[in-house]
Design a protein around this ligand. Structure first.
Ligand SMILES: *Cc1c(COP(=O)(O)O)cnc(C)c1O
Ligand SMILES: [Zn+2]
Length: 566
C-alpha cells in the first residue's frame, strides 16, 4: 500500500510532493519542514477502519511519513494504556488525572515511537548507517530498532549518561562514543563526526520523524479519552510532559491539531512544559518574556535525560503554542521529582525514571498553584521506566535520609522549647500538617474519629493515618452520625470537616464543648472553606489545628511515606 502527501518549508514556504526522504528545504536549506496530508480522506478511513486495526502506533499510518508499509520496522510500539491515577487524584482533589504509560514501550521509554518511525524512514531511503547524540534513551531505543533492521548506529553519549544505560546501548552492538562534556556539546561533536564521515545525522526535534512520531501519542490519547467518555474521540484539557528538546509536546500538539482539523475533536489541549530547576532554559525564558531562548551553558540537574541547555527553534515554537492555545511553563527541583517518583510508585504502582517523575512533580506544583481546576482532565506522559535503578539516585537517597533525620531532631527540639499556651488567638491558629499535629499530640492518641462527607478525602485520611501508626479509626459521613460516633467511642482525637450534610462542623464543636465528657478531646479541623474572621473566632482556642484541604494532602503523604521508609 502506498499513499501521497507533501512537505512544506516553514522558513520560505516552499512546498513539494514527498516522494523520498527530505532532510532540508531544496530552496533555502531550511531545516524545519512540515508535512501536509489529506486529512479529509484520512478522517473518513479512520472512522470506518480504525476499530479493526492493531493497537500499535502504526494504526495511524496514513498520517506518518512512510510511503510503503513494507518498510515499517515495528516491535509493537505505541498502544500504551491510559491509566486513571485514582490515589494521586484523590490526594490532589483532581478526579481526572490520567497517566499515559509510555514505560510500556519495547525499550521502556516513549522514544520507541520516535525510533520506530525514524528507522523505518531510513530503511525506506535505503540508508545503512546513522549517527545520533543522546542523553541515553534515544540511544537505547535507536539501538534496538537499528539492530532489528541491520542499520549501523553510532551513538554519542554525554559523560553524565549512567553506566547502566551505556551498557545497554553497547549490548545492542551500537558503536558508543562517550563525550566528556555536556549534551549540547555532544550534539556538536556528533554532527561534526557525521559530516566528516558523510553519514546520516539524526536531527532530533528538528527532523521530521521525531515530531511526526509523537503525533501518535495525541491520536491514542484522544481515542482513549473518547472511549472513557463514550464519545468517540475527545481531547483532555492538559497534556503534561517533562521536556528536554521539546519534541514530545510539539509533536503531540501537531497530532491534536490534525485531529481538530479532521473534525474528530473539538478543542486543543493546553501544554504544560515541565523542566528541572538546574536546566530550565525554556521555562526561564518564557517567564522573562523572551522570544528566543536564553541558553543554559552548564545544566546543573542530576536528571541528565533532560539536559538540553539549548533548545533552539523548539522554544519559540512552544512559546507560540502556549501563548495561542494556553498552557504553562513550570520548573521543579530535583528533590521534588524524586519525591514524586516515590509517590507514583507507592500510590499508583508505577515506577518511573526521574525524568518522567519530573512531569508528576510539575502536576503537583500546578495543582498547588491552582493552574489546574478540579474538573479538568489531565494526561501526564510517564515517559520512561526506572530499570535498573540508577546508582546515582540510590546514592543520593542515602544522603537524603541523613538529612531527614537531622531535620526531624531539629523539629523535636523546637517543639520542646515552645512555651506557647494552649489557648490561642485567632491569628495563632496553627495551620500545619496532619502528621506534625499528630506528633504534637502525644502517643496516647489511639483512636480517631473522622467526620468528612467526601469519600475520597476520608479514604485518603485513613490511608495517611494507617501509614503512620495502627490507629483505631472510625468514620462518619455526616454531622449527626459524627456526633453520635464521638459520644459512643469517646476517641482520643477528632478530624472534623466544617461543611457537612446535617449539622455542620461548627455545631459539632459547640456540642462537644458543652459536654463535660467530650470537651477535652482534641479536634483538628479540615476545611476547603476560606475562613472569615467570624469563623476564626468560633474556632479559636477550641481546636488543635487547621488543615487546608488539597494543600495538606501532598505534604502529608510525603511525610507519611518518609516515615514508612525509615
Ligand atoms: C527524551 C525524554 C524526555 C524529554 O523529551 P522531549 O520531548 O524530547 O523534550 C522526557 N522523559 C524521558 C524519559 C525521555 O527519554
Ligand atoms: Zn525553504
Amino acid at each position: 500500500m502506498t499513499k501521497s502527501f507533501s512537505y512544506k518549508c516553514t522558513s520560505c514556504g516552499y512546498t513539494d510532493e514527498y516522494t523520498k526522504l527530505v532532510g532540508t528545504c531544496p530552496e533555502c536549506g531550511g531545516e524545519w519542514l512540515e508535512l501536509i496530508y489529506n486529512l479529509n480522506e484520512t478522517a473518513y478511513i479512520w472512522r470506518h477502519e480504525l476499530p479493526q486495526r492493531d493497537r500499535t502506533m502504526w494504526r495511524y499510518w496514513e498520517l506518518l511519513p512512510i510511503l510503503d508499509k513494507k518498510h515499517i520496522v515495528s516491535m509493537g510500539e505505541g498502544g500504551t494504556p491510559l491509566l486513571r491515577a485514582e490515589n494521586l487524584g484523590a490526594m490532589l482533589g483532581r478526579r481526572n488525572i490520567f497517566i499515559k504509560d509510555e514505560r510500556q514501550g519495547p525499550t521502556a521509554s516513549f522514544k520507541d515511537r520516535q525510533a520506530s518511525l525514524a528507522i523505518s524512514v531510513l530503511k525506506e531511503a535505503d540508508i545503512k548507517e546513522l549517527v545520533v547524540a543522546s542523553t541515553g534513551n534515544v540511544a537505547i531505543s535507536y539501538s534496538a530498532y537499528c539492530a532489528r533492521s541491520g542499520i549501523k548506529l553510532w551513538a554519542f553519549l554525554d559523560s553524565n549518561v549512567p553506566h547502566e544505560k551505556m551498557r545497554e546501548v553497547t549490548l545492542y552492538g551500537t558503536e558508543v562514543i562517550k563525550v566528556s562534556s555536556n549534551y549540547d556539546r555532544t550534539k556538536q561533536v556528533a554532527a561534526q563526526f557525521a559530516k566528516y564521515r558523510s553519514l546520516f545525522l539524526d536531527k532530533g526535534v528538528k527532523g521530521i520523524s521525531a515530531r511526526e512520531a509523537m503525533k501518535t501519542l495525541a491520536f491514542e490519547i484522544a481515542e482513549q479519552i473518547g472511549r472513557i467518555r463514550g464519545v468517540g474521540w475527545a481531547a483532555p484539557d492538559w497534556y503534561i510532559q517533562a521536556v528536554s528538546g521539546g519534541m514530545g509536546p510539539i509533536g503531540v500538539w501537531q497530532g491534536f491539531y490534525e485531529l481538530y482539523r479532521m473534525g474528530l475533536i473539538k478543542k486543543i489541549p493546553k501544554l504544560a512544559i515541565i523542566q528541572t530547576d538546574g536546566c530550565a532554559p525554556m521555562v526561564n525564558s518564557f517567564h522573562k518574556g523572551l522570544e528566543t531562548c536564553e541558553i543554559v551553558q552548564n545544566p546543573a540537574s542530576i536528571i541528565n535525560v533532560l539536559a538540553t541547555g539549548n533548545p533552539g527553534p523548539a522554544y519559540p515554537y512552544l512559546r507560540n503554542l502556549v501563548l495561542t492555545y494556553g498552557g504553562a511553563f513550570v520548573k521543579v527541583d530535583d528533590q521534588a521529582s524524586f519525591r514524586a517518583m516515590r509517590v507514583m510508585a507507592q500510590m499508583e504502582g508505577l515506577s518511573m525514571e526521574p525524568a518522567a517523575a519530573v512531569a508528576c512533580a510539575g502536576l503537583i506544583k500546578m495543582v498547588q498553584e491552582q493552574l489546574i481546576s478540579p474538573n479538568e482532565t489531565v494526561v501526564i506522559n510517564a515517559s520512561g521506566h526506572t530499570f535498573p535503578v540508577e546508582k546515582q539516585i540510590l546514592e543520593n537517597e542515602i544522603v537524603r535520609s541523613h538529612i531527614r533525620v537531622q531535620n526531624l531532631e531539629k523539629e523535636v527540639v523546637e517543639e520542646d522549647n515552645k512555651t506557647e499556651p494552649r489557648q490561642r488567638t485567632s491569628e495563632a491558629l496553627p495551620q500545619e500538617g496532619l502528621l506534625t499535629a499528630l506528633r504534637r499530640l502525644d502517643d496516647r492518641v489511639q483512636s480517631i474519629v473522622i467526620i468528612e462527607d467526601e469519600l475520597d478525602a476520608r479514604v485518603l485520611l485513613r490511608r495517611i493515618l494507617q501509614y503512620t501508626r495502627k490507629y483505631n479509626i472510625f468514620e462518619a459521613a455526616d454531622g449527626n452520625s459524627g456526633i453520635n460516633l464521638i459520644r459512643t467511642e469517646k476517641p482520643d482525637l477528632v478530624l472534623l470537616d466544617l461543611m457537612l450534610p446535617g449539622i455542620d462542623g461548627f455545631t459539632i464543636l459547640d456540642m462537644m464543648k458543652a459536654d463535660v465528657e467530650l470537651r477535652d478531646i482534641p479536634v483538628i479541623v479540615i476545611t476547603a472553606k476560606d475562613l472569615t474572621s467570624k469563623d476564626y473566632k468560633r474556632l479559636s482556642g477550641r481546636v488543635e489545628s487547621l488543615l487546608q484541604k488539597g494543600e495538606f494532602m501532598e505534604e502529608e503523604l510525603f511525610e507519611s511515606i518518609r516515615d514508612v521508609l525509615k
